[in-house]
Design a protein around this ligand. Structure first.
Ligand SMILES: *Cc1c(COP(=O)(O)O)cnc(C)c1O
Length: 569
């Protein structure tokens, strides 16, 4: 990192959009992310850096990471802290700011990490940190564990992120044109802004509210990321008062955030002029969940250079030069000679096969197809759908052999998710000798790239309509790996049957109980025959995934849309 880039002053002359996210996947060795939300945040900022959208990001330092996953021989998940040293990657911020939490003063410091860019010095990322010697020992670990601790801890983290973040940006002298809340965790920032822009009391008539709602709304953008109701944070007002005191006037807050509980999503919805879901279907579902709000759709995308394997990238460099900066050029993927694309895919596959052997001892055959599946292990993602009928699955493999590679973490408090990992391991034992299968521990960005590029088919079988977008299938598309997926999230837009990949079941917006049968039918009648019996036909689908999915579902397109429709509206 150049000396100048170590200081926030380099970044404060220019008007920026402040992007708030509880998690950001900055790079593989910095474990400040748990999954899709963090990877999306990272890809958004990487694209912003590439195309020169002026941004500054705010997140927590999460020194103990999310967790490192180990799997014991029974298939049980064991969680270890995933400590990292911010001093190795980032420089200390010159400022600290004070918050009052639970009647104690809590100082918030932080770190500057710079996402590099070819355009203008990169995107600064502020990693907020309460682990300072001046703080009470009880407060030093507020920012340690991503999504860790109890409800009180979560609430404190969200106050540090939203309110601490706003104070830190101001202390460092950032000039801001707007605020983007990536999910509701940071919605307390709206309260800090209401306070900042409140009318002085001497200007008010009796009974008049001091808060300038339209002004705050004008500044704010909110992206909601899930239709799963329990994933929207709600805090008891009692807890809110104990931790954060009487923020604003309680009547106004209830009006904005809900009568019974403080609902972070409501708060963000009510104080953001621009609100969006992360795929068209998800925006429709969100409009039903939140009647009365105009929920736009900006379908997610992934970062081209980050999610393309080296062997495939070499082929693009040769045949689609400029693809990293203009991923839409990949619409010309038809130019790539078939044998070249296939050889690059086989190289990526060999890398996956090698890693599988190294991590699990399982020997896969690079000349047979691999079905890849990696998800957050939680009930609605249904990572076990493929194993609904083991006899049917075995008979499919008897006709045309295939192999399976899986990965995914369950949140430490998600008992059903952890159970799912055990069930998958039990299936693996049942299928031993018939279908070679591996579960790779500790799913992270590096494993994700290996899997989405080294598989032949990327599988996604969530319960409709709960998958807001899904992004790993987009990563697969960048590597010429077609998706076989339930029609939910981005796949409703991305699937051209037999051209970019295949659908599991029909496109009714809710589940109908037939997905497992539909999955076996599609695998046995279409996908496996094409792979085994018609290589040119298969490579045509690989090219369809590249030219019609990767060319569109990338974060360059996504950030241009945020810039023109949300930030510059
Ligand atoms: C891309 C990614 C995800 C999200 O994938 P989905 O398809 O949205 O489930 C989760 N974890 C990691 C490590 C990823 O790279």
């Amino acid at each position: 990192m150049a000396e100048a880039a170590n200081r926030t002053e380099t970044f404060t002359h220019k008007l920026r959009v402040a992007y708030f996210s509880m998690e950001i996947a900055l790079e593989n060795d910095i474990p400040t992310y748990s999954g899709g939300l963090g990877v999306l945040a990272g890809d958004s900022l990487r694209a912003a850096a590439d195309i020169g959208v002026p941004m500054v990001a705010v997140t927590l330092v999460s020194r103990a990471g999310y967790f490192r996953q180990q799997i014991d021989p029974q298939g049980r998940q064991i969680e270890h802290p995933d400590d990292w040293d911010p001093a190795r990657y980032a420089t200390r911020l010159q400022a600290t700011v004070a918050l009052e939490l639970e009647d104690r003063q809590v100082w918030v410091g932080g770190w500057l990490y710079v996402l590099s860019s070819l355009v203008d010095g990169g995107v600064p990322v502020l990693l907020l940190d309460t682990d300072l010697p001046v703080n009470d020992p009880r407060d030093r670990d507020i920012t340690h564990h991503l999504y860790g601790g109890d409800e009180t801890c979560r609430m404190k983290q969200e106050v540090v992120l939203g309110v601490g973040g706003i104070a830190m940006l101001q202390a460092l002298g950032f000039k801001l044109m707007g605020y983007h809340m990536n999910e509701g965790h940071s919605a307390f920032l709206t309260l800090a802004l209401l306070q900042r822009y409140a009318y002085p009391s001497e200007d008010l008539r009796p009974g008049e509210s001091p808060y300038d709602l339209p002004r705050v709304r004008e500044l704010c953008t909110f992206t909601t990321h899930t239709p799963v109701e329990t994933s929207h944070d709600k805090f008891d007002y009692e807890l809110v008062r104990r931790i954060y005191g009487d923020l604003l006037d309680p009547g106004t807050v209830k009006l904005l955030a809900g009568e019974d509980k403080l609902n972070m999503t409501r708060l963000a919805l009510n104080l953001s002029e621009y609100v969006n879901g992360v795929a068209k279907r998800h925006a429709e579902v969100s409009r039903q969940m939140f009647p009365g709000y105009a929920v736009h759709a900006v379908t997610n995308g992934v970062h081209a250079a980050t999610w393309t394997s080296t062997s495939i990238a070499k082929v693009y460099d040769q045949h689609v030069p400029g693809w990293c900066h203009e991923p839409e050029l990949l619409s010309r993927a038809d130019r790539i000679p078939d044998d070249m694309l296939w050889a690059a895919h086989q190289a990526a596959k060999q890398a996956l096969v090698d890693t599988v052997r190294e991590l699990t001892g399982v020997a896969l055959n690079p000349d047979l197809p691999i079905l890849g599946l990696a998800r957050r292990m939680t009930a609605y993602k249904r990572a076990d759908l493929l194993f609904t009928d083991l006899a049917r699955l075995k008979s499919l493999a008897g006709d045309r052999p295939f192999q399976i590679v899986m990965a995914g973490k369950a949140h430490p408090k998600d008992a059903a998710g952890k159970q799912l990992i055990e069930v998958l391991h039990a299936h693996m034992r049942d299928l031993a000798g018939v279908i070679p299968m591996a579960f790779l521990p500790d799913y992270d960005m590096a494993l994700a790239l290996l899997m989405v590029s080294g598989s032949d088919v990327w599988l996604n079988t969530p319960l409709r309509p709960l998958e807001a977008s899904g992004t790993s299938g987009m990563k697969a598309a960048f590597n010429g790996v077609p998706q076989l997926s339930v029609l939910d999230g981005w796949w409703v837009e991305g699937c051209l049957e037999g051209v970019t990949g295949w659908a599991v079941g029909d496109d009714s917006p809710t589940a109908n109980g037939h997905d497992a049968v539909a999955l076996y039918d599609k695998l046995g009648q279409v996908v496996l025959p094409l792979w085994h019996d018609d290589r040119p036909g298969w490579v045509a689908v690989m090219k369809g995934a590249i030219s019609k999915n990767a060319a569109y579902f990338n974060s360059h397109r996504m950030m241009r849309r945020y810039a023109t429709e949300a930030y510059l509206r």
